[in-house]
Each structure stands twice: as structure tokens, then as C-alpha cells.
Design a protein around this ligand. Sequence first.
Ligand code: ATR
Length: 271
Amino acid sequence: MDKYGIIGFPLSHSISPQIHNLAFKTLKIDAQYEKFKIDPSDFENAISYIKTRGWKGFNVTIPFKERIIALLDEIDPISAEIGAINTVKVSGNRWIGFNTDYLGFMRPLENDLNNINSALVLGAGGAARAVVYGLLEKSNIKNLIIANRTKSRAEKLLQSLKNTIKVNIDIIDLNDVYKPDIPINLIVNTTSVGMGALKEETPVKILKKFNNSIIYDLIYNPKKSKLLQLAQAQGCKIINGLPMLIYQADESFKIWTDKHFPEMVINNFLS
Ligand code: ATR
């Protein structure tokens, strides 16, 4: 039996094992996907242990998507530019790193791409890197605004994506998102404001000026964050993080097995 897994901390709420194991079962692939929680203070030791587990591939989630890079033998060029890795393929003894988050992120936007000229991305962490890369490479946007609590982090993000940038990009403070005059067609929340202890909070206020925007929150637990609730009440189109989660998993699965998820697996989690 082939083995696959996910590393991260915490992992208790991850549904990746359910998704991948359903796909293996449906496609009659003799494989099992398991969780392996790693305490960040024990990362290097735990990684040596993982080398002995015989995994053929694994996912990497918070908070290790950047830290794993130093331990890879090879990295896909696009993923190197994004600077965050969520998928590792084990080939012999070699670890090859990929980012499938940016593809997963773009999937639910496919039918809206012609209507998106200006986007506002909230946050500048690992998830924001994949979002910004996806928008720059796979949409026709003309203006991109990145708003982060820590401005220097957004500047660093842009610095590392400089080869991909073909549009006008502004970096602003989170408190200034109401100021730009251009109509914004898409707002993406990549911050953790709206989940866990911050469940009752929103990263920005949904004002009238955002009424014609698509509001896309990468949070999927809760399914409808406070931000999405307020946006929906104002008539905005809303998207949560569940499709991104399923489609990034589908792209990881393709890297490992050369097969996409059967439609039934996707429908099982999205409907
Ligand atoms: P991920 O990999 O999910 O992107 P991350 O790299 O830890 O996680 O990034 C978290 C993002 O949420 C960052 O943009 C962070 O802002 P800072 O760069 O200023 O830390 C943002 N964030 C987290 N808590 C926040 C809060 N209470 N208010 C505003 N932004 C917050």
C-alpha cells in the first residue's frame, strides 16, 4: 500500500485525509493518506522521522509552507517564485516541492475573470503569495492593491514576485482600504481574521462602495465568515475557501498519481 500524508500544526481540523482517501477508494488505488502533527519547535527532528515513513508524497500546511523549502532537493520554478510549498512529491529519495494553492484559488473565479479589473488582497502571508501569483498569471487584472497590517511584509512579497508583475500594484495599510477611488471588482481575504479566536471579526468593513465586488474569503471554517455574511447581506457575490481547498488537493493528487479527482469526490465536499 502506498502512503501519503500531511504535516502541519495544528492539524485536528484538517479534512485533507478524508478528501484524498475518498479519491483513492473511488479510483481503487491501494493507498492511505495520514495526518502527522509536528510541533514547530521539533520540526527538523520530525522531518528526519518522516523520511523513514515511506510516504510517496505529502502536503504541507500552516506553519511550514516556507520552512520546508530549505529541506527540498528540487523545487518547481513557479513554486520557487511564489515562495511557499504545499505539496511534496517523493521521487526515490528526492523531495520535489510544488505549490498547488494558486491553481486551487483561481478555480472558483474562472467564470468571472472577464469582469475582474481591479483586486484588493488583504494580507501578505503564505496564502497571499499564492493568491497574488494566481491573479497576476491567470487573470486580466490591471490594478492590484495589497493591504496588510505589516506593510514591510507586503513589500517583501512583491520583491520576491517581481518577475511576474505586469500590472500596477499598490501596497497600503489595512486601515486605508476605503480610500482608493478605483472601483474594486474582487476582494480576497487571506488573513486569519474571521476564524478561530477572531471568528466574530472582519478584516475590513463591507461598505456600499464594495457592493459590486466579489468577496472571496479563504476561510472555510466557519463556512460563512463574518465578512462573507456582511457581504452577502449587501448583495455581493461571495466565495469561501472550500473550493480552493478541494481544488488544491486535486492538483496535489494529480502530481502524485497522474490522475485528477473523480467528479464525485469534488461534489461530495462542495455540495
Ligand atoms: P498564511 O500562510 O495563512 O498566509 P501567515 O503567513 O501567518 O498565514 O499570514 C497571516 C496573515 O494574516 C498576515 O497577512 C497577517 O498580517 P501580518 O503580516 O501583519 O502579521 C494577517 N493577520 C493575522 N492576524 C491579524 C489581525 N489580527 N489583524 C490583521 N491582520 C492579521
